[in-house]
Design a protein around this ligand. Structure first.
Ligand code: DX5
Ligand code: ZN
Length: 217
């Protein structure tokens, strides 16, 4: 599978309607929304009021990436937003199994993200219950960072873990995804490509999404 998920973090926040207009017209599959709390990551982004406004501007599935401590506190708020995917960090969940089940009970797909230094093997005992595993291919907190090359090896190991366990989880990547890195990630078995600066910074974002879609087909 090759789903493209533009990350709103790289948008022009003074022109969200215009950004959502091209997003809706493009081949983009999901809208990726980055929530930061200044605790789990050294930055703060946006919260529910902004996401509620944006949610009204698109019919496409929302992938809400919570870079926050105790994300389980916000399951019903993320559900009320209409999110399709609630994306929590393994490192932020003391009781990940309970949180994954609560996300499912709320009617959403459960995505679990791993920071660059967290091994894929840490998900061995939950992999069959997860819908998406997201590998951070930069350290979370900022857009526009350099892709960590080791992520390719990690994606291959994750693909093996998924196949050997009979899990149906999709592999998503986030950080430094562009025309150079996307084909390599596709080859390593990745299904969902989050991309911020590469598409929002492109002269023609619609064409950039189409190019990434074609390069990962
Ligand atoms: C980083 C965020 C990413 C970010 C990616 O912590 O999780 O979603 O927007 O930005 P790029 O594609 O510019 O690396
Ligand atoms: Zn993200």
């Amino acid at each position: 599978m090759n789903l493209i998920a533009p990350s709103l973090l790289a948008a022009d926040f003074g022109n969200l309607e215009r950004e959502m207009e091209w997003f809706n017209r493009s081949e983009a599959d999901w809208l990726h929304l980055d929530v930061m709390d200044g605790v789990f990551v050294p930055n703060i982004s946006f919260g529910f009021p902004v996401m509620e406004s944006v949610a009204k501007l698109t019919q496409k599935p929302l992938d809400v990436h919570l870079m926050i401590v105790q994300p389980e506190k916000f399951i019903s708020q993320v559900r009320d937003l209409g999110a399709a995917v609630m994306n929590v960090h393994q490192e932020a969940c003391v009781h990940l199994h309970r949180t994954v089940y609560a996300i499912h009970e709320a009617g959403m797909k459960a995505a679990v993200s791993l920071c660059p230094s967290t091994p894929v093997e840490s998900l061995t005992d939950i992999i069959q219950d997860i819908d998406v595993v997201m590998l951070m291919t930069v350290n979370p907190g900022f857009g526009g960072q350099k892709f960590i090359t080791h992520s390719l090896d990690k994606a291959r190991r994750l693909r093996q873990l998924i196949e050997s366990s009979g899990s149906h989880a999709l592999i998503e990547v986030d950080g430094g995804v562009n025309r150079q890195t996307a084909p390599l990630l596709h080859e390593a078995g990745v299904d969902v490509f989050v991309t911020g600066s590469a598409v929002f910074g492109a002269p023609d974002p619609v064409a950039e999404v189409a190019a990434l879609k074609a390069l990962t087909a």
